[in-house]
Design a protein around this ligand. Structure first.
Ligand code: AMP
Ligand code: ZN
Length: 114
């Protein structure tokens, strides 16, 4: 846990968020600036700065976030097409340095992304 981390504060419930799912390892909440009809962030409760800071100890948690995304997508009938994204580093748009998986769906998703 990091006291000055936005997503740690959301995990602790100190900053409000529209939570859509939670379990013992993760919290998922609606992105405040949605880029698609479904735009959910899946966040591990444990603070990990990002994918490039992750270690093999974090491997299961990183993969587990993908399974949580798949579960939310299934429940929302998004299985025709959705995207899960880890933005890694400022050059790829990472702005919050607590690992989070974006789940985007509910509209056509172009490839390659911008
Ligand atoms: P990234 O740019 O990949 O680091 O993603 C950070 C995401 O967090 C962005 O899509 C923001 O819109 C989102 N975000 C920032 N602050 C909040 C907040 N308080 N509640 C929900 N989502 C947020
Ligand atoms: Zn954090």
């Amino acid at each position: 846990m990091s006291s000055d981390c936005l997503f740690c504060s959301i995990v602790r419930g100190e900053i409000p968020a529209r939570r859509v799912y939670e379990d013992d390892r993760t919290v998922a909440f609606a992105d405040i600036n949605p880029q698609a009809p479904t735009h959910v962030l899946i966040v591990p409760r444990r603070h990990i700065a990002g994918l490039k800071e992750a270690t093999t100890e974090d491997a299961e948690l990183i993969g587990y976030c993908q399974l949580v995304a798949a579960k939310i997508a299934r429940e929302r009938n998004l299985e025709d097409g959705y995207r899960t994204v880890y933005n890694v580093g400022p050059g790829a748009g990472q702005s919050v340095f607590h690992l989070h998986l974006h789940l985007l769906g509910g509209r056509d998703l172009r490839w390659p992304p911008g």
